[in-house]
Design a protein around this ligand. Structure first.
Ligand code: FE
Length: 337
């Protein structure tokens, strides 16, 4: 009798700790956008699941997950850029998620078996029309042409945003031609690569560079800025959707997946499904100026509306991931530091 009672007590305890676990989600995030706070708070409000968030740089988080091994508390890993998701995937950190919700809501070109994209961003050309003719900078390929000699500014070729752009070029024109392009761009540099995308936009506005490449949300952020100087700066910058007559503008993603060692798998799937919900999708768009991965979601973002519609490259994001290593080698050979 006594031993039965003991067993019952143990089972009850086990049940308690399991349900306590279900009320928690350990999120490792390499997204550093203030507006994401609202996203996480909304999830907790809806589900009662508390999020323990660890934010750090991509490489630090990956290193941490690897070091923690089987004991890692991490349930979900979120990051930006297909090249970075690919890296986590190559390290074998993710586990496939089977979810009807995710399959129905996220288009096939924006997911792989192991991870899902939740928002998209475009890599666009920005130009100072006092320094360059806009018609000379309509395509990524144009950045390598003699008309833009001494006019091109860029961030590092090792940055994932540029790695993924190169990965797309490799998919479209092959590695040899892509290398030739990179050499041409390097030959057109106004200065050595430095800074982030916003620095390139500012340099274009200041006339230090004629053209540069930037992710779309940085432009939207400046357009919507509460600082008048940011909005004034944007008056000197033309936004060009590249390759409209060809394959379309290069698109990248932010996304995430469930970790193989996740202790709270039910919460993890709920969270990933939440990120595909209308509410969460609107946070990505209205908060961080990205486009929702879920096509049916209506957004209300004046800056994105101002920037207008464009033709995007339909390339599968998994291809960007696959070509990431070749892309880095290509930049290295071309001397794009
Ligand atoms: Fe960024």
């Amino acid at each position: 009798m006594k031993s039965t009672l003991f067993l019952v007590t143990l089972l009850a305890l086990g049940a308690t700790s399991a349900s306590a676990q279900e009320k928690t989600l350990n999120l490792y995030s390499a997204r550093h956008y203030q507006t994401d706070e609202a996203l996480y708070a909304d999830f907790t409000r809806q589900t009662g699941i508390k999020i323990n968030r660890i934010e750090a740089k991509e490489d630090e988080l990956l290193e941490r997950i690897r070091n923690e091994g089987a004991n890692s508390p991490a349930d979900v890993f979120l990051t930006v850029d297909a090249a970075r998701l690919a890296k986590a995937d190559e390290l074998g950190l993710f586990t496939p998620v089977q979810s009807k919700v995710l399959e129905e809501r996220i288009p096939p070109n924006l997911r792989s078996p192991n991870w899902f994209a939740f928002s998209t961003r475009a890599r666009v050309i920005v130009a100072n029309k006092e320094l360059v003719k806009i018609e000379d900078a309509q395509n990524y390929e144009d950045l390598a042409k003699p008309a833009l000699k001494g006019k091109v500014c860029s961030r590092s070729g090792s940055h994932p945003y540029n790695i993924s752009l190169m990965a797309a070029l490799i998919a479209h024109i092959g590695e040899a031609k892509a290398e030739e392009w990179a050499r041409g761009v390097v030959a057109n540099f106004a200065r050595s690569p430095k800074g982030g995308d916003t620095d390139q936009i500012k340099s274009v506005a200041a006339g230090e560079c004629g053209v540069a490449i930037s992710n779309s949300y940085y432009l939207a952020r400046l357009l919507r800025s509460s600082k008048p100087e940011d909005r004034q700066l944007m008056e000197r910058v033309s936004i060009i959707w590249p390759n409209q007559k060809g394959v379309g503008t290069h698109i990248n993603i932010s996304g995430g997946g469930m970790l193989k060692t996740a202790p709270n798998k039910v919460s993890a799937v709920k969270f990933l499904e939440y990120l595909a919900s209308d509410n969460a999708q609107r946070y990505f768009a209205d908060g961080n100026n990205e486009w929702p991965a879920v096509a049916s979601v209506k957004i209300m973002n004046p800056a994105l509306e101002t920037m207008g519609k464009f033709k995007s490259d339909p390339l599968d994001v998994a291809t960007l991931a696959k070509n990431a290593a070749a892309a880095q080698r290509t930049y290295d050979r071309a001397g794009w530091k």
